[in-house]
Design a binder for this molecule. Structure first.
Ligand code: DOR
Ligand code: ZN
Length: 344
């Protein structure tokens, strides 16, 4: 049996409307708190919208749920320093998300020129409001597998230097270059790691045929990248912490001629991370990664409550729901060696 402090998810998509009702309970069953991504359609741009979205999330959960949604704002060309002040004062907004314009799902309202954002970034430095970054270049000539490295060189590293007080999370990193950068970066820079990037390399996209449920952005990379990511997650270095990027889409929009990016891992997230850590005999490092380092980065208390994962060999059921709007869970038909013990 593995016992760890209650983990949190520092990057998740809960969506809205009927999908929110389908998925929020799964994240709340596994995690105590979660950073909620703002890429709704339309995006969550203001503090008022974040407060209203938080209310909808809480309303979708049982009344006695102790789950805490930590809200974020979507950075656009219209975001003002005054909005950052409002977000800070609200006590419910914990980060501002930067999507390079067009980089991924609902990123059309994102940012394409960072220099114009300087006053907003300065306000974020002043209020210690973290900037959460989808780190991919959107240059159409950039090879899809190089997008993270190009973004790191052209946008991220210069920005971290220019804004010497800015707290930054390099979200869902996928490359050895990103690991090497974050490892030597100041403590105000952190990175989240998803279960799929710890468990799979890009061959999984084409294993026996095209695999839409392995497609997310940033896309899976090479085996040497996966090894570097798993090395970082299991190193005990507090720069690196858990963020599932669980991103549900209906089966019909993923299994399509132009399928959406996003992997839905929430129902088995901790089991997936345990599987990855066990593969390199590092289960003793899971608690720091899953339960401590993210809370420390965001300046929130670590949970006192404990959760348990028990050894159990089981297969994630491959029983697609007849409802085409239901998202398919990652790892269906594959084995896991642990099971999260439900709270009683
Ligand atoms: O694969 C992804 N899906 N990557 C993202 O950055 C967004 C996400 C989504 O919202 O579906
Ligand atoms: Zn995401």
């Amino acid at each position: 049996m593995i016992e760890i402090a209650q983990p949190d998810d520092w990057h998740v998509h809960l969506r809205d409307g009927p999908m929110l009702g389908r998925v929020a309970g799964e994240t709340a069953r596994q995690f105590g708190r979660a950073i909620i991504m703002p890429n709704l359609d339309p995006p969550v741009q203001t503090t008022d919208q974040a407060v209203a979205y938080r209310d909808r999330i809480l309303a979708s959960l049982p009344k006695d749920s102790s789950f805490q949604p930590l809200m974020t704002l979507y950075l656009t060309d219209e975001t003002t320093p005054a909005e950052i002040q409002r977000a800070t004062d609200s006590g419910v907004v914990f980060g501002v998300k930067l999507y390079p314009k067009g980089a991924t799902t609902n990123a059309e309202s994102g940012v394409d020129r960072l220099d114009q954002m300087a006053p907003v970034l300065e306000a974020m430095e002043q209020h210690r409001m973290p900037l959460l970054i989808h780190g991919e270049s959107t240059d159409p000539d950039c090879d899809v597998f190089d997008r993270e490295e190009v973004f790191l060189e052209e946008w991220l590293a210069p920005m971290v230097e220019r804004h010497a007080g800015l707290r930054v999370v390099f979200e869902h990193i996928t490359t050895k270059s990103a690991v090497d950068y974050v490892r030597q970066a100041p403590d105000r820079v952190g990175a989240t790691l998803t279960p799929q990037h710890l468990l799979l390399n890009r061959n999984a996209l084409f294993a026996g045929g095209l695999r839409p449920h392995h497609y997310c952005l940033p896309v899976l990379k090479r085996e040497r990248d996966r090894e570097a990511l798993l090395g970082a997650a299991t190193s005990g270095d507090p720069h690196f912490f858990l963020g599932t990027d669980s991103a549900p889409h209906s089966r019909s929009t993923k299994e399509s001629a132009c399928g959406c990016a996003g992997i839905y891992s929430a129902p088995i997230a901790l089991e997936l991370y345990a599987q990855a850590f066990a593969s390199v005999n590092a289960l003793d490092r899971l608690e720091g990664f899953a339960s401590h380092f993210g809370a420390d980065f965001y300046g929130l208390p670590r949970h006192q409550k404990k959760r348990q994962l028990r050894p159990s060999n089981w297969t994630v059921p491959d029983s697609p729901s007849p409802d085409p709007d239901t998202p398919q869970v990652f790892w269906t038909g594959q084995d896991l060696d642990f099971r999260l013990v439900d709270e009683i």
